[in-house]
Ligand binder design. Structure first.
Ligand SMILES: [Zn+2]
Length: 411
């Protein structure tokens, strides 16, 4: 039997492992991460799994199938958090998956495939500024250059791994090969308001949206706010304001597109000085790469034109880019059926936020189940879900697992 009360209690228990007193901050390879990981490994063993800390600091558990050594259905999510985080983003997916296996092992039921659950050590990328470290290692796409990345105290990832009791040279051993993983399925809170607005406890994810990030610098001329006439000014901030609105306008041009200017800095930044230089960021996301690429091109050309008309120098840098990770249609179909069998309306929706599946897509087909969260809020202590929704999510995941038909076996 699934025990939703236990899911909620375990989310609370992990939230106590925090470097932030009275809140929740737990970063990769920290003492708090070690304590949370040890909890999770214990729960995996209690659920009848073999469990161990792997070489990148993931909690990895395996529940054998009818025959030992069979390929696995991989489940998981992450155990690290952002700063001043909520207690469900990531952890709910790991704890719910363990609950599903617990229910199987309590009935001594084995499936034609193994189940592996991974509590990824780093998804958020808070400590070393580079994301998806745990899932990249499992997918065999860990970039060893990341070992030299430094945290804010100047410690390298490689030293941090050593201090955690891990050997960076063994990271390649963590990687799974194609064929060993039949599919990857992740339960995660929605982090958006769609399910709540429609009164639905769960939704089936169609794709993890791709994103593009730009850094734009506009340079005009600083000058005295009292003496330079308006028609002689080259005000970089007034130009940036037009760019912000242009970004918004492009993003509003398609229902599935979002665009955000999240950071802006004006120099010299004084009340009586015309801003001579402005830097701002642009973040664009969409469930289709061509839609995102077209939007980025449109935003760039608006910015160029605004700068030209205002005689500002303009520099646009590409900071980061990640293509869409589409969920596999055959897995979405199986997840839809699980949702329907559990008596919920089937709703498909894209994920605006990034997830571990983006990395796992390198070795296997992926799918995700979203669970409604209050107000669509995440990455905040206000993040909240109901026990009834935790139960709904676990029931659907459990149903999906028990009816899972690997494509290779059914074809
Ligand atoms: Zn997450």
């Amino acid at each position: 039997m699934l025990d939703p009360g236990r899911i909620m209690e375990r989310c609370d228990a992990l939230a106590r492992h925090s470097e932030l007193p009275g809140g929740l901050t737990r970063v990769f390879l920290s003492p708090q991460a070690r304590a949370a990981t040890d909890n999770v490994l214990g729960w995996m063993r209690e659920a009848g799994m073999q469990a161990k800390l792997d070489a990148i600091g993931n909690a990895a558990g395996r529940y054998e199938g009818e025959r030992a050594g069979a390929p696995c259905l991989m489940l998981g999510s992450h155990l690290d958090t952002v700063r001043d985080a909520g207690r469900y983003d990531g952890m709910l997916g790991v704890i719910s998956a363990i609950e599903c296996v617990h229910a199987l092992s309590a009935r001594k039921k084995r499936l034609p495939f193994a189940i592996e659950i991974i509590g990824f050590g780093d998804e958020e990328g808070v400590r070393f500024g580079t994301t998806l470290l745990g899932s990249r290692a499992v997918a065999g796409i860990f970039d060893s250059k990341a070992l030299h990345a430094l945290d804010s105290s100047g410690q390298s990832m490689s030293t941090a791994l050593n201090e955690f009791g891990l050997d960076p040279n063994r990271i390649p051993e963590v990687s799974r090969k194609k064929g060993q993983v039949l599919a990857y399925a992740e339960l995660h809170i929605e982090q958006g308001p769609v399910l709540e607005a429609e009164g639905l406890p769960v939704g089936v994810v169609t794709a993890i949206n791709g994103f593009s990030r730009l850094r734009v610098t506009l340079r005009g001329a600083a000058g005295h706010a009292g003496t330079v006439p308006m028609k002689l000014r080259r005000d970089a901030l007034a130009g940036a304001a037009e760019c912000v609105l242009a970004t918004e306008k492009v993003a509003k041009g398609h229902a599935e597109l979002v665009g955000t200017v999240g950071r802006i800095e004006a120099k010299p930044g004084a009340i009586n000085v015309i801003p001579g230089e402005v830097m701002f960021t642009v973040d664009v996301r969409a469930p289709q790469d061509p839609l995102r690429n077209d939007a980025v091109a449109a935003i760039r050309s608006h910015i160029d034109k605004i700068a030209k008309d205002r005689k500002l120098d303009c520099e646009i840098e590409n900071l980061q880019e990640f293509g869409v990770s589409a969920c596999a249609p055959w897995l979405m179909d199986q997840m839809d059926k699980a949702v329907a069998r559990q008596g919920f309306p089937v709703r498909r929706l894209p994920s605006g936020a990034g997830h571990d599946g983006m990395a796992l897509g390198a070795i296997t087909d992926i799918c995700m189940l979203f669970v409604r969260c209050k107000g669509g809020i995440s990455h905040s202590p206000l993040e909240s879900i109901t026990q009834a929704d935790a139960a709904a999510g676990a029931r659907v995941l459990s149903d999906f697992i028990e009816h899972f038909e690997p494509r290779g076996l059914s074809a």
